[in-house]
Design a protein around this ligand. Structure first.
Ligand code: FMN
Length: 354
């Protein structure tokens, strides 16, 4: 199937401008989400289950491979993604209000490097619309694979007011989130990555955990796991500060990593401005995962992301210390059955990782 995609479907898709091809894929996945028993049949056929589900931060993941944030920004096809074999789906980034994102073109392919650059700028329908869509079409109680919601701040929100944005989206979407991914690492929203510094991150996470506790007290609902999504472009001092804030505030884990603005020494002129993903990110992301795993003595669950497109690149992340993996760019280059292929290979070797 992968061969068919790479030889026949991908060349056709790659003739289209990158975001148009993305929109076409979105239509396919939305359609797959709404086929009732056919969707369910696909899910049963493609969902690779290990001997037992992977149990992490109170959730059961049927397999280790998730869809990374940014592909389904508006929660329009999490059911379709699960039907392709993804063991969890992260939707968003979601901001309090609908926003259009940056002007197009804002997504670029680099086939020679199996890479993408994007500067989407958190284009999304806003928290209310996304909450209502999930409640209507993919409510929490009817899911078989966990759904993460990636939270970002609005483009025009000042850094000083960022906490309020995250609190608004947390409260609006809490009913529908199996976990939240606190995105302080996208390079395309001005100032966002400053939130990784301890002086911003600690109060942000504290406020979110207070809102979490309040929900537990008021509604008797379980705590929602908070994971923090980080940038690969951090030095070790900042990384230590970052981990300290995460551990102090009892976050459930980290997602490492988001896209990079680094271009290495060679070929920096080859890429557009924005966040680079895919193969050039593979090693830097693995190095960050490895550092976090060792610094926290393996006590902090890590979801590994960056340049995963086959069992070997996924295995590298697991070997570095990740408990789960996610991918986005790999789906563009390897096609719709990449998650199933990787999940199958990982579960065959599951004794060493799970
Ligand atoms: C077009 C595009 C949009 C993205 N949007 C988001 C986003 O909204 N929030 C986020 O946390 N990450 C976003 N990402 C980053 C991915 O979730 C992922 O961390 C990154 O692409 C590295 O994984 P990959 O090499 O498998 O693509 C986006 C990536 C791409 C390519």
């Amino acid at each position: 199937m992968g061969f068919l995609y790479e030889k026949i479907i991908r060349p056709g898709l790659f003739m289209l401008e990158a975001e148009r091809a993305h929109n076409l894929a979105t239509i396919g996945l939305k359609t797959l989400s709404h086929l009732g028993p056919i969707t369910e049949g696909f899910r049963v056929f493609n969902q690779v289950k290990g001997k037992a589900p992977i149990h992490l931060f109170g959730l059961n993941f049927p397999n280790a491979v998730g869809l990374a944030a940014g592909m389904d920004k508006n929660a329009e096809f999490p059911r379709g993604a699960a039907a392709l074999g993804f063991g969890h789906v992260e939707v968003g980034a979601v901001t309090p209000l609908r926003q259009p994102g940056n002007p197009r073109p804002r997504m670029f392919r680099y086939p020679k490097q199996s890479a993408l650059v994007n500067r989407m700028g958190f284009n999304n329908h806003g928290a209310d619309a996304i909450r209502d869509r999930l409640a209507r079409r993919y409510p929490k109680r009817k899911r078989r694979t966990p759904l993460g919601i990636n939270l970002g701040k609005g483009k025009t929100t000042d850094l000083e007011d960022a906490i309020e944005d995250y609190l608004i989206t947390f409260k609006k979407l809490a009913e529908q989130a199996d976990y939240f991914s606190i995105n302080v690492s996208s390079p395309n929203t001005p100032g966002l990555r400053h939130l990784q510094k301890r002086e911003f991150l600690r109060p942000l996470l504290k406020e979110l955990q207070n809102a979490n506790e309040e929900r537990v007290r008021r509604l008797g609902m379980p705590r929602i796991p908070l994971l923090v999504k980080m940038s690969p472009d951090v030095d070790f001092r900042l990384l230590d500060e970052f981990l300290e804030a995460i551990l102090e505030t009892n976050c459930a884990g980290v997602i490492a990593t988001n896209t990079t603005t680094n271009r290495g020494q060679k070929g920096s002129g080859d890429f557009e401005n924005g966040g680079l993903s895919g193969q050039p990110l593979r090693l830097p992301a693995t190095q960050v995962i490895n550092y976090i795993y060792r610094a926290t003595e393996g006590k902090l669950p890590i979801i590994g992301v960056g340049g995963i497109d086959d069992p070997v690149s996924a295995g590298e992340k697991m070997d570095a210390g990740a408990s789960l993996v996610q991918l986005y760019t790999g789906l563009v280059y390897r096609g719709p059955f990449v998650a199933k292929r990787i999940a199958k290979a990982l579960s065959a070797q599951s004794h060493s990782w799970f």
